[in-house]
Write a protein that binds this ligand. Structure first.
Ligand SMILES: Nc1ncnc2c1ncn2[C@@H]1O[C@H](COP(=O)(O)OP(=O)(O)O)[C@@H](O)[C@H]1O
Ligand SMILES: [Mg+2]
Length: 576
């Protein structure tokens, strides 16, 4: 169990060791006063003489031990917390590093709720293990052990009586762990599901309200909440009888000791002083054992949580090498590319060449795999089969950063960080001057709406860019890509939410920047790509046809159909 955390502890292991040492010495200090007390009780009961000085010394020694105990305990805990929080930091950083190189698909599949839970809640419970369970758990186990040994040194018969009930309690505890472990997995799975549903429920609130789906959506959330309750109760149901048994038996150390011990004293087998001392000491047995066990109770959970963390990390990272981009030119080739999200294959053996200096357009019905193809090019996912090359170099045979430097990608879903719009554009090229950022914004037709904000381009974007409309977000994203000015440009329906008038201007801006580059455009309005050097028609994950607009109108049934539909909707737009 501790082996799993060890690699993350690194140098901080020493602090944990110091913590254990401090706490152990503190424990010894906490037991010693009983002995000093004994030194006073024995003469008192047997009527021996005791000098006041000796009594005073014993009392002072006891006081010193108590202070020492408190100080060392605090010191130990401060060491253990220092070690714990630094270990948590290491775990989080290592997790973040691993997440960084995961294919996007893996991250999406995990879901926001689960990632958040792993990053915050699950890691936080490891704090309990490192900062408390290790030092305090060990200490609380040590107390009873030392006390029981001491009791045996005082009077073995009485000591035996005191621990007689322990095996029953221990058995109950073992049974609880065994039963609890089995229910742990479904219990946590239900918790993670509830988390994801809550996040989805909140994110989708807008849609839910508009379509009056409160009931349905709430019912799903309610179901998950109820099933979480059921799993929790199922867990408790198997655990609580054992819990009740051990928590009532373990603290009752005097159960046999009081009556039978009293009899032993009366019969002269034990002395009254020893009896009193052993009884006093027995109070230091039950509670610490319970405490130690409550920490031990967390250990199966912790095991599970570290497993969960590592499972997240274990997923194969995105394929990449340490190489820089060394391709010659910027031609892009898809060679027999197959790809599936989970089981269903969505792209089947795609062969496609995008020539440097040319604009290639991808058209096809919604769901035909256009966005997926673009995402594969920017290496969001690894391929099932085949390869994609840039300038002859396999994109999985270079650093992902090297690939990113070559490509400006404007995706269908725009995300803005909650910083200023200026900084959102600056992401495209962090070394750009303010002039260059303003110029990119102007070319992406942002000026018109920026003028409406009192703070202009320095306005904050709001969480995920909520302050802006879809079209406005799109224009900021485009400005970001224009500023980046990479040799390869991928635009996935980059102007879909923009009104026709602005779109016209924007297309002019786009056609300026794409000159001489390798360009892949996915268009929602076919007339915008009419002049593309090559148009590629995707149909259910297959390339149905390739060619220029004129060639395709003649040769491709599928393209004619798409074009006809586009013209009809254009007419419809004009009428509207
Ligand atoms: N993240 C995803 N997980 C599972 N299936 C997906 C995912 N994204 C897209 N798909 C599926 O892949 C197919 C192609 O989607 P996409 O590339 O977005 O199509 P297009 O951009 O042409 O509309 C669709 O059937 C879609 O349902
Ligand atoms: Mg798409």
């Amino acid at each position: 169990m501790f082996n799993k955390v060890k690699p993350y502890m690194g140098e901080y292991m020493n602090y944990t060791k110091k913590a254990i040492l401090c706490v152990c010495i503190a424990i010894i200090f906490s037991v010693l006063p009983y002995f000093f007390l004994y030194q006073i009780i024995v003469p008192l009961i047997s009527g021996q003489e005791m000098t006041p000085v000796k009594v005073a010394v014993l009392i002072v020694l006891s006081a010193i031990c108590m202070v020492g105990n408190a100080l060392l305990y605090v010191k130990g805990l401060s060491y253990s917390h220092y070690s714990a929080y630094n270990t948590l930091k290491n775990i989080r950083i290592s997790l973040q590093k691993k997440l960084e190189v995961q294919p996007l698909g893996t991250i999406r599949e995990l879901g926001n709720g689960r990632i958040k839970k792993v990053f915050t809640d699950d890691i936080e419970t490891i704090e309990l293990l490192l900062a408390h369970a290790i030092p305090e758990g060990i200490a609380n186990l040590l107390i009873p052990i030392i006390v029981i040994i001491s009791m045996f040194l005082v009077d073995w018969k009485l000591a035996l009586l005191c621990i007689a009930a322990l095996p029953i309690g221990m058995f109950a505890m073992g049974m609880m762990f065994k039963a609890g472990m089995e229910k742990m997995e479904p219990y946590y799975a239900a918790g993670a599901k509830m988390n994801n549903t809550i996040i989805e429920y909140i994110n989708g609130m807008e849609v839910v309200k508009v379509f009056n789906r409160d009931g349905e959506s709430y019912a799903r959330l309610e179901n998950d909440i109820i099933s979480y309750r059921d799993f929790t109760l199922a867990w408790y149901k198997v655990c609580w009888p054992w819990m009740a048994l051990y928590s009532s038996i373990i603290p009752c150390v005097a159960l046999f000791a009081l009556p039978i011990g009293g009899w032993l004293v009366l019969q002269g087998f034990s002395t009254l002083a020893d009896f009193i001392l052993v009884l006093c000491m027995s109070f230091a047995v039950g509670t610490p054992i319970l405490k130690a066990m409550s920490f031990a109770g967390k250990i199966p959970q912790l095991n599970y949580k570290i497993d969960e963390l590592e499972k997240l990390i274990e997923n194969p990272p995105l394929k990449q090498s340490e190489k820089d981009f060394k391709g010659s030119g910027y031609d892009i080739c898809f060679e027999n590319v197959c790809f599936s999200y989970k089981e269903t294959e969505v792209l089947h053996s795609i062969n496609l060449t995008l020539k440097e200096g040319e604009m290639t357009a991808l058209v096809g019905e919604s769901g035909s795999g256009k966005s997926t193809l673009a995402k594969l090019l920017v290496h969001f996912y690894d391929l099932d089969d085949g390869r994609i090359t840039l300038g002859g170099q396999d994109i999985s045979d270079m650093k992902i950063e090297a690939l990113n430097e070559q490509i400006s990608y404007v995706s269908q879903e725009q995300f803005l960080f909650n910083t200023s719009l200026y900084e959102n554009i600056l992401i495209g090229c962090p070394t750009a001057t303010r002039e260059e950022v303003l110029d990119a914004a102007r070319r992406a037709q942002c000026d018109e709406f920026l003028a409406r904000f009192p703070q202009g381009i320095d306005t904050m974007a709001g969480d995920g860019g909520k302050m802006l409309s879809g079209g406005e977000r799109q224009r900021i994203s485009l400005a970001r890509a224009l500023l980046k000015n990479a040799p390869v440009i991928v635009l996935d329906e980059a102007t879909a939410f923009i009104d026709p008038e602005n779109e016209e201007k924007m297309n002019v801006a786009i056609s300026e920047v794409i000159a001489g580059k390798t360009v892949l455009v996915i268009a929602h309005r076919l007339h915008t790509i009419k002049n593309a050097d090559k148009i590629c028609v995707l149909n259910q994950g297959n390339i149905a046809a390739e060619g220029t607009h004129d060639e395709l109108l003649l040769g491709s049934e599928e393209y004619r159909r798409l074009w006809k539909a586009a013209e009809e909707s254009a007419v419809w737009e004009v009428r509207a």
